[in-house]
Design a protein. Structure first.
Length: 159
C-alpha cells in the first residue's frame, strides 16, 4: 500500500475535526508509550524527507507518544487508532475512536497528537494533522493489543 492510500478503511460515522491543525500549534507534552496494533500496523512507506511524505508506520510509531489521559496507556495499544492516511501534502489524517463517545478529553488527545506528529527536528514528521473521530465500529476491550493489556495489568486492571 502506498502512503497516499488510507491504511484501514474509513469507518461509517466518522466526524472530521474543524480543519487541519497547523504544525507547532500544540502545547501538551507527549508522554512515552510502547507497543503497537493500530489498524495499519506494519505498513511501511517511504519516509518523510525534504518535501517527502511520512511513512504510515512512522506516524503510527509517533502516535505511541499519545497517551489516554484517563488510563495512562498510549492510544495505539488501546486500539483507538483505526486508520492512518498521509496525503501528497504530508498531512496525516487519523481515523480514531475513544473508549466512550462521551469522553470529554478529545482536545487533550488532539493536542498530544499534534505535538507528537508536527513538532521536532526539521519541523516534525508531518506538516499538519486531521483527526476523524469514528464511532463505528465501537471501541471495545478486544481492540487492546497484548502490550496494552500488559500495561493495564501492571496498573492493576483485570484484562
Amino acid at each position: 500500500m502506498s502512503s497516499d492510500q488510507t491504511a484501514g478503511a474509513p469507518q461509517d460515522g466518522a466526524v472530521a475535526t474543524d480543519a487541519a491543525v497547523p504544525a507547532g500549534g500544540g502545547t501538551a507534552p507527549p508522554a512515552a508509550g510502547s507497543g503497537g496494533d493500530a489498524g495499519a500496523a506494519g505498513v511501511a512507506d517511504a519516509g518523510a524527507g525534504a518535501g517527502g511524505k511520512a511513512a504510515v508506520a512512522d506516524v503510527e510509531e509517533a502516535m505511541k507518544d499519545v497517551v489516554d489521559p484517563e488510563l495512562g496507556i498510549n492510544v495505539v495499544d488501546l486500539g483507538l487508532v483505526y486508520g492512518v492516511h498521509v496525503d501528497d501534502d504530508n498531512v496525516a489524517t487519523l481515523d480514531m475512536t475513544l473508549t466512550s463517545a462521551a469522553c470529554p478529553l478529545t482536545d487533550v488527545i488532539e493536542d498530544q497528537a499534534r505535538q507528537a506528529l508536527t513538532t521536532g527536528p526539521g519541523g516534525g514528521l508531518v506538516n499538519d494533522i486531521r483527526i476523524n473521530w469514528v464511532w463505528l465500529p465501537p471501541w471495545g476491550p478486544d481492540k487492546i493489543t497484548d502490550e496494552g493489556r500488559d500495561q493495564l495489568r501492571s496498573l492493576g486492571f483485570n484484562v
